[in-house]
Structure formats: C-alpha cells, structure tokens
Design a protein around this ligand. Sequence first.
Ligand SMILES: [Zn+2]
Length: 407
Amino acid sequence: MTVETNPINMKGSDSRLLIIRNGQVITPTGILKNATVVVRSGKVDSVTQGNIELPGAIEINAGGNFIAPGLIDIQINGFLGVDFSDQNLNIQDLRKATKALWQNGVTTFLPTIITNDFENLKRSFSLLTRILDDEELRMSVPGFHLEGPYISPVQGYRGAHLEKYVRLPNWNEFVELQEAAKNRIKLITVAPEVDGAIPFIKKCVESGVVVALGHHNGSSDIIHQAVDAGASLSTHLGNGCANLINRHENPLWPQLADNRLSISIIADGFHLNQDQLQCFYKMKGVNKTILVSDALDLAGLPPGEYIRMERVVVLSEVVKYPAENVLAGAASPLSTCVSNMMKFTNCGLEKAIQMSTTNPASLIGISDIGEINPGKRANLILFTLEDERILIQKTILDGMEVYSRNP
Ligand SMILES: [Zn+2]
C-alpha cells in the first residue's frame, strides 16, 4: 500500500481560507445536505446550507460526498507494519503509520502501549514523546493509552498480554512512566480486582488520567467500587475475558449495568458477534459507546504467521494467538468498525460516526475535535459509502488536506 499525501502549506496556515462545497455534513442530530463548510486558520468557521462566495479561498467540491469529523481511535497498537511499542521506533515509522491512518480517515489516535517490562514501557513513552516534537505528528497524536501492565494475570482475562510482565499497580512506577511520556498518558486500562487497584484508580483520576477497566475478572462489588473511584470506561467490553464464565457472577453484567461506565468495543466482526454488539449497544446507548480498532501493527500487512512480543500470532482478517486460543488483536481500521456497527446494529451513519468521533473526544477531554461546529479544529473526512463500506476520499487535518484518493 502506498500512501500519497498532499499537504497544503503545512506551515503558516494561519490566514488560509478553505471552502468545501456541496457536501452532506454529518452532525449528531442529522445530515445537513448541500452544505458548505468554511475553514479559517485551521478551524471550522461556519457550516451553512447552500452556496456562499468566498473570494481567495481554496475550494474543494465535495461532489455530494459525506463530510464527517475525522475519526478518533483511542486504542491502536500499530499500523501498516509499524508497532508503536517497537523499542527502536523512529519518526519515519510513526509518520508512515500516521499517514496510513489519515488514508483510512483517522485524524487523531492514542498509540496504545501494552503490558511489557517496565524499562521497555518507559523507553516506549520516551521514544514516542521525543518523536512528538514533530509538529505535524503532534496534530494527530494528543497522547497515549497504557493498556496494562496492571491487569489480571489469569489466562483468558489476560488475553494476549504476557504473564511475566503483568504486575500489581504501583503509583510511583506510573508516575515515572508519566514523566517519560511528559504527561501524555491520557488513558490507562487496569484490572480493578488486583491488590491496590482501587486507590491507584483514584490517584490516576485525580491526576487527570482517564481510567478504563479491562483484562479483568472483577466482581460486581469491586467493579462498582472502581467506578466510585472514578473509572469511566470498560476497555473492549466482551474481550479480555475468559472463554468460559459463570452465568451469574461474571464481569460483563456489572459493567453493562453501571450507567456511569462507557464502553469501548471492537466492531471488526470477529471480536464480538452481532448479538453481542446489538446487546451492548442497546444497554449503553449511543452516548456511552465508543468504537476502537485495537489494530495491531499487522493491520494492512499480508496474511500469515508473524512473531510479535515473543509469540507466534496468525494474521487473517483478525490476529489470533493459537497457543492460548485467544485473539491477539485486530487488523481492521476504525473505518471498518464504523461500517460494521451500522450493518450489525442498524444504528445509522450519524450515530456510528458519533461513536467514533464525538464520544472518544469527550472521553479523553479534548473539546476542540470530534464535531463539525464553528470553533472546532477542521479535522474532516470526505467519504462515500459503497456496499455499506466507508471509502475515504479526502482527509483534512487542521484545515490542510493530508490525503486525497484522487490527488
Ligand atoms: Zn486488550
């Protein structure tokens, strides 16, 4: 896959005017047809129906295509052969993955670093942070997601995380990681039932980090206590869970029942079946559901066997870890999950877009993205729907075209 980008005047864009005509603008309340979006200084200036004149502006004719906010992926481990946990990650790697994500409609993402040796975790955050001195990449990467290492060591709940690196929550250790990340760890996934987890969750939330519950076998009491302590998300609900569970006492019911918890789900068509997706969506509703890709670096590569994190994994349309009979991650970009969500739940395009833009932005507390409204950053995607699949035509980041299918 080659990635062509066509950034317009990446520097000095302050006075630049952009007008996008003849689009169908997706808002949480409906679709605005024959709409014109004006972008000034990288921000949405106005969204109106019909045509307006704006001499001197760069013009894009959307040709009736949909215009939505850029997709926001808060759980993604890598893309197109680039593993964000790679101990030798460099700027070229992150740029390659970022451009491939732009091509897939993702304008914002949280590189997700999973359970690993402490020194390796620290090095990952230091490397990523150093790379983010780059202004262009920083526009798409506002922070990181740390998934683990403070999760359940039990097979099944642990998923494909390596047991030898799983350990108990340790605040001082986390502070060290957060220092290496220059406070960019926005989201952490922990197991609430392990020793010290509840006070750890409290401290994380007090420090401004969003806490998610995941890879855990918390009891009902413990889960509600974790939410009392400030946990606000269930990470990829229905995954990171043993294959066989008790029908009454299992971690799914309390997480579904507690209205204070949002959920993230992997709607790649493999991690959850259609009934699960429908039930989870009915229980949580559009405002409390977030779509994530959980894509591995293998996403976008040819099918086959690969070695990842000392494990033999098998890539098809999804990534499996046969040694423990678990899924090791996904291989579909977020845009595929948006399409699947529409197909499996009949939620409609506006809601599927809300679950992959507005909701994740609001969860991680970034108020200037995730919607097309005056004053918001002009992170936009133009796309068509073909056989219910989203086909990205153009991606615009901070008012600059960074991908065009037909340059
Ligand atoms: Zn996971």
